[in-house]
Design a binder for this molecule. Structure first.
Ligand code: ADP
Length: 656
C-alpha cells in the first residue's frame, strides 16, 4: 500500500490486487468473450444481495434505519460514456472494500485459472470457460476500462471511493458523504479505439434503453427489488427524464410452471448460489393442505469443496410470503441434504421468526418432513428414468447423502433404496434391489466388501476369491462412510431378512453352504495335524499382529488373506477413526492360509522341522502377512524390512 494526496489534499491510498484476482482481472480485460452482458447481471445480483443483507441487519438491530424504498437504479450517460448501477443496500466499509473487491475468495478459482490456461494452449473454448465462471464484480472489466465504486456502509458516516483500471492495482479515497448507505458502481465503458482489432464480436449499445431492458428481463426479472432505469421521454412536447421499472419482481417459485423456461430457472439458480454452472436437477414443491408452502430446489452439477468437507455449509433461503427472511437456513433441511440449494416460501410462519426458534417451530418440522419426502421421490424418479444423470448426481453427492443412513434412522431405508454401488458383477452401478434380483437363492444377505477409494485395488482383493469362485456377486464399497454403515447395518435395516448387508471382511461371513462347510471341515481335518506346527510358529512370529492362523480352502489364487475377527475393527474403520483424530489401537487379526497354494504347502513341510528352517519360515510368513496388508490398502508398519526380505529373495532367485 502507498499513500499520496490529490490536488484537493484528499488522502488516496493505493493497493495491489491479490495475485489470483489480478490474473482473473487481466483475463477479463483481454476477454473476447461474446456475452459481455453478464456484467449487468452480476452487478444487479450483488445489489440485490446487498439489499437482502441490509434488511437482515435492520431486523436484528432496530437502531438502524429501516429501508422503506429498497431499489436498484441503473443510470446511463451517453455523453460521459458511463453506466452506473446503484443500490441502497448494506454498503461496504473500507476494510471490506479491500477484502471483497481486492481478493477472490471463491473456491475453485485456481482450478478455473488452470483450465483457462490449458484451453488457451490448446486453442479450445477459453471464452466458453470465462462465461461459465462466476467472476462476479470483475466481469465489469469486460465492458469497462475504468470502474469506480462509491460506497457507504450501513450505520457508518464514512463514504469511500474505490477506483481501478484493472491494471493490477486500485485506489481507495475518502469521498463526500453519500446521502444514504449503499453502493454505486460506475463503469467507464471501453472506447471503440481501445478495442482489440481482432475482436469480432458484435458490440451492443448499452446506452439504448431497449438493450438494457432486454438484458434485465433475460437475467434479472425475478429479482425481488425494483430495478429502475433513467429514460428520457417526450411528454406534452417536453423532454423529461424519469425512472422506469424494468423487472416484474415476480418470485419465480410463485409463478405457474409452464410460464417459466429452463433458462429462467437456471438464471435464478445462478443468482441464488453464485454457481457458474447450470444446476443438475430442479425440484418444485407446491404443498397445499394444513400447511401451505412453495419451494424451488436445485441440486448443483458439481460439488463445491466446502460442501463436501463442511457439514455446516449449505442451506436453503427462507421466504415468508415472498419476503426474504434468511439465507442458509439449516432447520429446513437435514445436514446430509446440504447439497440442496434453493428457496422455501411459507405462508404460515410469523415474519419476525429468528434462526433460534425456527427449529422448534412445528410448521418448520412439517415443511422439513415434506420437503425431504419430495426430494427422495424426485431422486427415486431420476434413478429409474435417467440413470446417467443419476450417476452424475451420485458421484458428486452420494457420499453426503449416505451420512443420512446414520443420522436419520427414519429415512435410512429410503436412502438405502436410492443408493447405488459398484459391483463385482459388471462395470455398471447397481441398487440393492437390482442386486437382489440376481441373488443366489441360498444367499443369506447382500455381500459387501469395503475398501480403499480405488475400485481396481478393491476388485483385486483375495477376499473376493471364494465369492467369484462360486459366481456370487459382491457389492464394492469405496467410501469411508460405507464402513460405518456396514458396522451398523443390522440395527438399521429391517426391510427383509435377505436385504441384510453382510461385510465379507468379517470372519463370521462366508459364502459356503452348510453342506459345503461340512465337506470342507472334513477335508481340512486331513491338514489339521500338519497345520498345527505352522500355526504355532506363525503365532510366535506374528504374535503382536495375529489372534489366530487358520487353514482355508476358500482362496483360489492367493496364498493368504487377512480376516477381521467377529465384531473386530476393520482396517478401513481404523483408518477412519485415526483420520477423525481418535485413538485406534492396532487390532489383532486372523491370517487365513490357502493350504492348496504351493507357498503354503512348502511352509507346511518346512514347519515339520522348524529348527532347521526357522529363518526361511520367518521371512516367508512376514512377506505373506505384509502382502496381505498391502492388498488391504494398509501402509506397512515397517516397509524397509519388507523390501529387504524381497531383495534377498530376488538375489537368491538370480543365483547370487
Ligand atoms: P460474489 O458476489 O460471488 O461473492 P463478487 O466479486 O461479485 O463475488 O463480489 C464480492 C463481494 O463484494 C460480495 O460477496 C460482497 O460482499 C461485496 N459486494 C459486491 N457488490 C456489492 C454491493 N453492491 N454492495 C455491497 N457489497 C458488495
Amino acid at each position: 500500500m502507498s499513500e499520496e494526496n490529490n490536488e484537493n489534499n484528499e488522502r488516496i491510498e493505493k493497493f495491489y490486487f491479490q495475485s489470483e484476482a489480478a490474473e482473473v482481472l487481466k483475463m477479463m480485460i483481454n476477454s473476447v468473450y461474446s456475452n459481455r452482458d453478464i456484467f449487468l447481471r452480476e452487478l444487479i445480483s450483488n445489489a440485490s444481495d446487498a439489499l437482502d443483507k441490509r434488511r437482515i441487519e435492520t431486523l436484528k438491530d432496530t437502531s438502524l434505519a429501516e429501508n422503506k424504498y429498497p431499489e436498484i437504479k441503473i443510470f446511463t450517460n451517453r455523453d460521459a460514456n458511463t453506466i452506473s448501477i446503484s443500490d441502497n443496500g448494506i454498503g461496504m466499509s473500507r476494510d471490506e472494500i479491500i477484502k471483497f473487491l481486492g481478493t477472490i475468495a471463491k473456491s475453485g478459482t485456481k482450478e478455473f485459472l488452470n483450465a483457462v490456461k490449458n484451453a488457451k494452449e490448446n486453442n479450445s473454448g477459453e471464452q466458453n470457460l470465462i462465461g461459465q465462471f462466476g467472476v462476479g464484480f470483475y466481469s465489469v472489466f469486460m465492458a469497462a476500462d475504468k470502474v469506480e465504486v462509491l460506497t457507504r456502509k450501513l450505520g457508518s458516516q464514512d463514504t469511500y471511493l474505490f477506483t481501478s483500471s484493472g491494471d493490477g492495482s486500485f485506489t481507495i479515497q475518502d469521498a463526500l458523504l453519500r446521502p444514504e448507505c449503499g453502493t454505486t458502481v460506475t463503469l467507464y465503458l471501453k472506447n471503440d479505439e481501445n478495442i482489440n482489432s481482432d475482436e469480432k464480436i458484435e458490440r451492443k449499445d448499452y446506452f439504448s434503453e431497449w438493450v438494457i431492458r432486454d438484458i434485465v428481463s433475460k437475467y434479472s426479472d425475478f429479482i425481488a427489488y425494483p430495478i429502475v432505469l433513467n429514460v428520457t421521454r417526450t411528454e406534452d412536447g417536453k423532454k423529461i427524464t424519469k425512472d422506469e421499472l424494468l423487472n416484474s419482481q415476480k418470485a419465480i417459485w410463485q409463478r405457474p410452471e409452464n410460464e417459466i423456461s429452463d433458462e429462467d430457472y437456471n438464471e435464478f439458480y445462478k443468482h441464488l448460489t453464485h454457481d457458474w454452472h447450470d444446476p443438475l436437477i430442479r425440484i418444485r414443491i407446491n404443498a397445499e393442505g394444513s400447511t401451505n408452502f412453495k419451494g424451488l430446489l436445485f441440486i448443483p452439477s458439481e460439488a463445491p469443496i466446502e460442501l463436501v468437507m463442511n457439514p455446516d455449509s449449505g442451506g436453503i433461503s427462507l421466504y415468508i410470503n415472498r419476503v426474504f427472511i434468511m439465507n442458509d437456513c439449516k432447520s429446513i433441511i437435514p445436514t446430509y441434504l446440504r447439497f440442496i440449494r434453493g428457496v422455501i416460501d411459507s405462508e404460515d410462519l410469523p415474519l419476525n421468526i429468528s434462526r433460534e426458534i425456527l427449529q422448534d417451530e412445528p410448521i418448520v418440522r412439517i415443511i422439513r418432513r415434506s420437503t425431504q419426502r419430495k426430494i427422495f421421490n424426485e431422486l427415486k424418479k431420476l434413478l429409474e428414468n435417467d440413470r446417467e444423470k443419476y450417476i452424475k448426481f451420485w458421484n458428486s453427492f452420494g457420499r453426503i447423502l449416505k451420512e443420512g443412513i446414520l443420522q436419520d434412522r427414519d429415512n435410512a431405508q429410503n436412502i438405502l433404496d436410492i443408493a447405488i454401488f459398484r459391483t463385482t458383477n459388471s462395470n455398471e452401478w447397481t441398487t440393492i434391489d437390482e442386486y437382489k434380483t440376481r441373488m443366489d437363492t441360498r444367499q443369506k444377505g447382500v455381500y459387501c466388501l469395503t475398501g480403499r477409494d480405488n475400485l481396481d485395488a478393491l476388485k483385486a482383493s483375495p477376499k473376493l476369491e471364494p465369492y467369484t469362485q462360486r459366481n456370487l456377486e459382491v457389492l464394492l464399497m469405496t467410501d469411508p462412510i460405507d464402513e460405518v454403515i456396514l458396522s451398523e447395518a443390522e440395527f438399521i435395516f429391517t426391510k427383509d431378512e435377505n436385504s441384510k448387508l453382510l461385510n465379507i471382511t468379517l470372519n463370521s461371513v462366508s459364502p459356503v453352504s452348510d453342506d459345503e462347510q461340512k465337506d470342507n471341515e472334513h477335508k481340512l481335518e486331513a491338514f489339521k495335524e500338519k497345520f498345527e506346527p505352522l500355526k504355532k510358529i506363525a503365532l510366535e512370529i506374528l504374535k503382536d499382529q495375529l489372534e489366530d492362523v487358520t487353514p482355508t480352502l476358500g482362496l483360489t489364487d492367493s496364498p493368504a488373506c487377512i480376516k477381521d475377527p467377529f465384531a473386530g475393527m476393520s482396517f478401513q474403520f481404523e483408518r477412519l477413526m485415526r483420520s477423525a483424530g481418535q485413538d485406534a489401537p492396532l487390532q489383532k487379526r486372523i491370517l487365513e492360509l490357502n493350504v492348496n497354494h504351493p507357498i503354503v504347502k512348502n511352509l507346511l513341510t518346512l514347519a515339520q522341522n522348524p529348527e532347521e528352517s526357522r529363518s526361511k519360515i520367518n521371512d516367508t510368513l512376514h512377506i505373506l502377512y505384509d502382502q496381505a496388508l498391502i492388498l488391504e490398502g494398509v501402509l506397512l508398519p515397517d516397509p524397509a524390512a519388507f523390501v529387504k526380505r524381497i531383495d534377498a529373495l530376488m538375489s537368491k532367485n538370480m543365483g547370487e
